[in-house]
Ligand binder design. Structure first.
Ligand code: ACO
Length: 333
């Protein structure tokens, strides 16, 4: 990785938003054959938030999270230069970021979606940093938001137990190089295993009668849970170690391990492989399940609210998921 930095990047504020109603493991056990005990022991999840009702969308969650982050630092939205929405469940295939840009009043910002499933926030953070390092932009809003409840087959017990809906935002700003807090990153993709986790597009067999054109529709989430589990536990520690090595930093110097909140067993297995104390793992998935692109900023926002993270703490953030994609960012808070 080569970076051409004329400036640094730092996170100024975070904010998050979740649907109001909670759905417990017990609630799910009334629609598919499962139990609180099975779900909790295999995943660590107890409950999740699902976006219900016809009048609420991913945009509402993303706007609410963004406004909370802006309010924390009293930043006027017109100061934002760029809005990146990390999502795999936009309300419009052409992208939803510009709706957030307009609803929060970021009148001077360009906005785009970034699709990388559960790695979306890490990729967006890295993308935003590049715009800041080069001096192209000064203030950037990154929102991780997903409402995968809309894309779940609620009769498939192997997937419907896992996911929740949420949005969370961070505001990044350029700063002098000595104050840079986005220390390094490492990103990967391997499309050979894309089928392990996908929301595939299925083409109709019968073509349009006159054009011979096949249209189709997107199916529900399909997942090979065991393969995703093995992939995460094998690849994520390697990515983290590459980052730490590039900084000449030891595992002992890491204060917090903030992984994509997919499964408690994955978090523990990765921490164990790295010999990082379980006390350093940030985890809130028992309350929210896997919220995909929102999971890392949601956990970050919560950890900040709980005053866990102190100035100068080293936070290792790693995302992994569909694509397959995975990657790490190291922050100095
Ligand atoms: N309740 C009860 N039984 C179940 C359930 C359920 N919800 N789901 C599956 N089972 C059964 C299976 O049918 C199977 O029964 P069998 O032995 O009679 O065939 C048995 O439980 C074991 O099933 P496995 O799939 O082998 O269970 P496993 O221990 O692998 O746990 C899980 C499944 C939790 C999905 C695990 O594989 C996992 O967490 N994988 C990672 C998934 C993940 O993190 N995905 C998202 C990451 S990327 C992203 O976020 C987009």
């Amino acid at each position: 990785m080569k970076s051409f930095m004329i400036q640094g990047a730092k996170i100024l504020a975070t904010g998050s938003a979740i649907p109001s109603s909670s759905t417990t493991n017990h609630d799910i056990s009334t629609i598919v054959q499962t139990s609180d005990e099975w779900i909790f022991t295999r995943t660590g999840i107890k409950e999740r938030r699902l976006l219900k009702g016809v009048d609420q969308s991913i945009i509402d969650l993303a706007v609410s999270a963004s406004k909370k982050a802006l309010d924390k630092i009293a930043m006027h939205p017109s100061q934002l230069d760029l809005v990146i929405l990390a999502t795999s469940s936009p309300d419009d295939l052409f992208g939803s970021a510009s709706k957030i840009q307009s609803k929060i009043g970021a009148s001077n910002a360009v906005a785009f979606d970034l699709t990388a499933a559960c790695s979306g926030f890490v990729l967006s953070l890295v993308t935003a940093s590049q715009f800041l390092y080069t001096g192209a932009y000064r203030n950037i809003l990154v929102v991780g938001a997903d409402t995968l409840s809309k894309w779940i087959d609620w009769s498939d017990r192997s997937t419907c137990i896992l996911f929740g809906d949420a949005a969370a935002a961070v505001i990044l700003q350029s700063c002098s190089i000595v104050d840079n807090s986005v220390l390094t990153f490492q990103l990967n993709s391997d499309g050979n295993y894309a089928n392990h986790l996908s929301i595939a597009y299925e083409t109709d067999i019968i073509p349009h009668p006159k054009l011979n054109l096949h249209q189709g529709y997107f199916k529900y989430i399909s997942m090979n849970g065991k393969e995703v589990y093995k992939f995460a536990v094998f690849q994520v520690p390697l990515s983290i170690l590459k980052c730490l090595n590039s900084l000449n930093m030891s595992i002992e110097e890491v204060d917090w391990l903030l992984l994509h909140q997919a499964n408690e067993r994955i978090l523990n297995a990765i921490a164990e492989k790295l010999s990082i104390s379980s006390k350093k793992i940030i985890s809130n998935l028992c309350k929210y399940g896997n919220t995909s692109a929102a999971s890392i900023p949601l956990a970050l926002d919560e950890a900040i609210k709980q005053n866990k993270i102190l100035s100068n703490d080293i936070i290792v953030i790693a995302g992994f998921g569909a694509g397959l994609t995975w990657g790490t960012v190291v922050l100095r808070w």
